[in-house]
Design a protein around this ligand. Structure first.
Ligand code: SF4
Ligand code: SF4
Length: 447
């Protein structure tokens, strides 16, 4: 795999025992981040954007997302569960929100805070940024971290179009920590645990693009917590404690495709699903589309309810959230919020802290820091690619002939790897063994 500076880390792992080297994940990856080595999938740190497509595609469930140990919460006196409304959308609407939250409290959390409480403050941050940058016509929402990373690696010319503001969960964690400290808690006694629907949000917490400190102490996979809560839910409704939440219908819908854009006045667009996002970014880069205003983009189809760590069908989860949003509308939560004593202003400290000073282009196409050397390598790559058969068979352990040509010029593979070019040579066989491991030998022995 490519060597050199590692500027990203990702949260997906391959279970070598389960991986069959079937290449399905490699062919799905939008950034050509996967190779087969030793008969197993290997993910490149620098190319992976944590979109989760490989995990969704793997037929052997060999790709997983490493989560923090749940026992970590015991290290804190104040244990905050930071929940996005996507979590509530996983549950049948026969379960009341307060019953679900009661289970979280029984599991050991002392406080629950919904990320979507921060919608008004986040909108203000976005609007401030847009007003401060009249030279930019199309703004891309920074909400989906996989989109930001995808832009860094595949569409580096668009990094300035991304609103340079950190994720809502970062603001939510600051707000709840401040509240608890105002009530007398010591900072080190507060642990904030985010319930994540996807890999990208884990990477955003652990390896933030901003490079700034996070207030999130740990991340819990949504499917893991869902299963724990579901087991407890059946008899918890009657004992549920009402919780003070004043989300509006719009807040509840925020993680869904279109749920963010709708909050903006002026032109707004909502693009969801990996292929749609790629197509739209390509058009923006080529200036083939004129989209002044705000573009909301979500890698997952239907938004966060389509995340790899959700447990229910995304269309069903969407409907459930729409249903809950209607309930909240009836409760007239917006009036409740206006009349509450909650201070919804943004402190200058938060404004500063939520800024992302710089989003660096991390082009996967860049071959060398030295321009002359990079030019030579690109020329060589073109020649090699022409000499390859162009069938993209993946027998070489790369997703395409173009990817193999790149691996060769980077020194990560050699031309003998191609079975079409050199099918009988000893080095070709050695290369096949390196890539496919025992599989080649055992197939031959069976014949
Ligand atoms: S899809 Fe990828 S991780 Fe899953 S079995 Fe095939 S090669 Fe291995
Ligand atoms: S998470 Fe996305 S970018 Fe990363 S290896 Fe999987 S498919 Fe490729």
């Amino acid at each position: 795999m490519p060597t050199g500076e590692i500027y990203f880390r990702h949260s997906l792992r391959v279970n070598d025992y389960l991986c069959q080297g079937c290449t399905t994940c490699m062919r799905t990856c939008p950034t050509a981040a996967i190779r087969i080595r030793g008969g197993k999938a290997v993910i490149s740190d620098n190319k992976c954007v944590d979109c989760g497509e490989c995990m969704k595609a793997c037929p052997h469930k060999a790709i997983y997302i490493k989560q923090d140990d749940f026992g970590l919460i015991e290290n804190y006196r104040y244990r905050v569960c930071l929940v996005p409304t996507t979590f509530i959308g996983q549950f049948d609407t026969k379960y009341k929100t307060k019953a679900i939250y009661s289970c979280l409290l029984k599991l050991g959390f002392t406080h629950i805070y919904e990320v979507e409480h921060e919608v008004p403050r986040m909108m203000e941050l976005y609007n401030r940024y847009m007003e401060d940058h009249p030279e930019i016509s199309t703004f891309i929402s920074p909400y989906c971290p996989a989109v930001t990373r995808l832009i860094q690696v595949r569409f580096p010319s668009l990094v300035d179009n991304v609103i340079h503001v950190r994720a809502p969960l970062e603001l939510a964690s600051r707000v709840i920590v401040k509240r608890l400290m105002d009530d007398g808690a010591r900072r080190e006694s507060i642990g904030v645990f985010y319930v994540t629907p996807c890999a990208a949000k884990i990477a955003a917490v652990k390896y933030p693009v901003s490079g700034k400190e996070t207030y999130v102490s740990g991340v819990i996979n949504m499917d893991f917590l869902y299963n724990k809560v579901l087991l407890m839910l059946h008899d918890s409704d009657k004992n549920a404690q009402p919780i003070n939440h004043a989300l509006t219908a719009r807040d509840v819908m925020w993680p869904l495709a279109g749920g963010e854009a709708v909050n903006f006045k002026g032109y707004q667009y909502a693009v969801d699903g990996l292929q749609n996002v790629l197509n739209f970014l390509e058009k923006l880069e080529d200036e083939a589309v004129d989209a002044p205003g705000l573009v909301e983009m979500r890698i997952c189809d239907q938004g966060c309810v389509g995340g790899v760590l959700t447990t229910n069908d995304r269309f069903v989860a969407r409907k459930r959230l729409e249903y809950r949003a209607r309930l909240f509308e009836r409760l007239e939560n917006s009036k409740l919020r206006e009349s509450s004593n909650e201070d919804n202003t943004l402190t200058p400290e938060w404004i500063k802290d939520m800024e992302i000073p710089d989003i660096k282009p991390r082009s996967i196409y860049k071959l060398n820091d030295n321009y002359a050397e990079a030019f030579k390598m690109a020329e060589r790559m073109k020649k090699i690619e022409k000499a390859l058969p162009g069938v993209n068979c993946s027998a070489c352990g790369a997703p395409s002939c173009a990817a193999l040509a790149e691996d060769i010029v980077r020194g990560d593979a050699n031309a003998d790897t191609c079975v079409f070019i050199n099918p009988l040579s000893k080095t070709s066989k050695d290369a096949m063994n390196r890539i496919w491991g025992d599989r080649i030998k055992s197939n031959k022995e069976e014949q």
